[in-house]
Design a protein around this ligand. Structure first.
Ligand code: FES
Length: 156
C-alpha cells in the first residue's frame, strides 16, 4: 500500500482497537472504498483479525468494499423515504443501470448503494448522485436521469 495509506495508519496508535472505525472512515475517504489490502493492513496494525474487521465494518452501512462507479448513486431507504416510495426508486435504478444495490457495473460506469437517512426526510424519496441531491424522486423520472448521466460519461 502506498505512502498515503501508511500516513493514515501512523496517525493512530498501534494496537488501539477503539480507533478502528475512524481509521476505516479515513481510508474510505481516501480510497473511495475499503480494499482487501486496506483491511489486512489495518488488521495487522491494530492486532485484529480480518474477519472481525469485516464483521464490524459491515454493521455500518457507510462502508463500501468495492470501488464506486464513475457515477455513484446513493438511495435513501430510511423510514420516511420508504413510506414515500423509495423501494420503487431502488428497483428502477437497478433496472436502468443493470446492477444490484451495493455493486458496481462491469464497465465501472455506475454503482448504487442504499443508505438509511440523508437528513432530508420531508423531501423524500431522496437520492444523491455524485454528491448532488435529488429530492421527491419518482421512479418514472429515472430513465431520463440515467440517460443524461450516460451522456455525461460518454462525453467526459
Ligand atoms: S428517511 Fe430519507 S432522508 Fe431521511
Amino acid at each position: 500500500m502506498g505512502t498515503e495509506f501508511d500516513l493514515i495508519l501512523k496517525k493512530y496508535k498501534q494496537g488501539k482497537r477503539e480507533d478502528l472505525i475512524p481509521m476505516l472512515q479515513e481510508i474510505q475517504e481516501q480510497l473511495g472504498y475499503l480494499s482487501e489490502e486496506a483491511i489486512v493492513n489495518v488488521g495487522s496494525y491494530l492486532g485484529l483479525s480480518t474477519t472481525k474487521i469485516y464483521g464490524l465494518a459491515t454493521f455500518y452501512d457507510r462502508f463500501r468494499f468495492i470501488p464506486s462507479g464513475r457515477i455513484h448513486i446513493s438511495v435513501c431507504n430510511g423510514t420516511s423515504c420508504y413510506i414515500n416510495g423509495s423501494q420503487s426508486v431502488i428497483n428502477k435504478i437497478s433496472e436502468e443501470i443493470n446492477v444490484q444495490p451495493g455493486l458496481t457495473t462491469r464497465d465501472g460506469n455506475f454503482s448504487c448503494e442504499i443508505v438509511s437517512c440523508m437528513g432530508g426526510c420531508h423531501n423524500g424519496p431522496v437520492i444523491n448522485v455524485n454528491g448532488e441531491y435529488h429530492t421527491f424522486v419518482k421512479a418514472s423520472q429515472l430513465p431520463e436521469l440515467i440517460k443524461k448521466l450516460m451522456y455525461i460519461i460518454e462525453n467526459d
